[in-house]
Design a binder for this molecule. Structure first.
Ligand code: NAD
Length: 293
């Protein structure tokens, strides 16, 4: 049983902390929202009045926060000044690579071990304990964190040094955003040409057009019964989250002088979709905007 501080108990962090409690760890929980802390306490966590209080006796700190600025603030103000030296720090938030590397460097300088461990799998995966973790950080820290991550996820990948977990996450999601638009355009063109959606699916899913956006998450109703298209694009993975990740990818591409014109276009299209009031819809709903609806 490890003493774990968990900070950030939202849609993802709440169920992840609950899985650590279920695995008999001693979890001390903090969130700015009292309601979120109350839910964590119901699931077996111990309440902390502040992030500083949560981390002071912890062997491991897990954070699941909205964005880079929250992660920088929580580590600089609360975690690093208060946690014991040698504490293992695990940031599961999806943030920019630069912030992840900045905080990891501060942590290392202060005598802590730190990994970035963003996830995919959504709230469903967080609740079921089947998340995929993409981990950046030293080998020894990864080895130490593994047994904790396994209580919250199924597929744990060590992607390299600090920040590489975030890099893996945004590269994957940039591919996903672009491929969803490409698949949507294929179905839109098929419709205009009088080609049935199921026929296109039967061909493309076994031919060179095959990809996850087509075969697992088809944006038109019918061919893949579990895809959000069959339930009016109820998320799933929201368009707002996709836009966040595409913008992080663009920020990283700009900093690294990488040429990603399709990623940039995808960010623009999802921005249009989100700003026209569809941020809470599943990201595959972008097909409706492309269809002029
Ligand atoms: P959320 O907004 O539901 O939860 C974030 C929580 O952090 C909130 O409860 C908020 O009160 C808390 N918080 C913010 N600042 C804080 C601070 N200074 N101290 C303590 N608590 C603070 O967000 P979420 O959906 O749980 O997402 C969390 C992270 O996981 C994000 O980085 C997101 O991109 C990533 N993510 C989300 C999903 C998803 O499907 N929701 C999937 C994969 C990754």
């Amino acid at each position: 049983m490890a003493k774990i501080a968990f900070i950030g108990l939202g849609n993802m962090g709440g169920p992840m902390a609950a899985n650590l409690c279920k695995a008999q760890h001693h979890v001390t929980a903090f969130d700015l929202s009292d309601a979120a802390v109350a839910v964590a306490v119901e699931k077996g966590a111990h309440k902390a009045k502040s992030a500083a209080e949560a981390v002071k006796d912890a062997e491991i700190v897990v954070t699941m926060l909205p964005a880079g600025k929250h992660v920088r603030a929580v580590y600089e103000t609360d975690v690093l000044p208060n946690a014991k030296k040698g504490t293992l720090l695990i940031d599961c938030s999806t943030i920019d690579v630069e912030s992840a590397r900045h905080v990891a460097a501060l942590a290392q300088k202060g005598g802590y071990e730190m990994i970035d461990a963003p996830v995919s799998g959504g709230v469903g995966g967080a609740t079921a304990g089947t998340l995929t973790f993409m981990v950046g950080g030293p080998d020894a820290s990864f080895a130490k964190a593994r047994s904790i991550l396994e209580k919250m996820g199924k597929n744990i990948v060590h992607a390299g040094g600090s920040g590489n977990g975030q890099a893996a996450k945004i590269c994957n999601n940039m591919i996903l955003g672009v491929s969803m638009i490409a698949v949507s355009e294929g179905f839109m063109l098929a419709k205009r040409l009088g080609l049935d959606a199921q026929k296109l699916f039967d061909v493309a899913s076994t031919a060179s057009g095959q990809c996850w956006s087509l075969t697992n998450y088809c944006p038109v109703p019918g061919p893949v019964p579990t895809s959000p298209a069959n339930r009016d694009y109820q998320a799933g993975f929201t368009a707002a989250m996709m836009l966040k990740d595409l913008l992080l990818a663009q920020q990283a591409a700009s900093a690294a002088s990488a040429t990603t014109p399709l990623g940039a276009e995808a960010a623009q299209l999802f921005s249009l979709f989100v700003n026209s009031g569809h941020g809470a819809k599943d990201f595959s709903g972008i097909i409706r905007m492309l269809d002029g609806k």
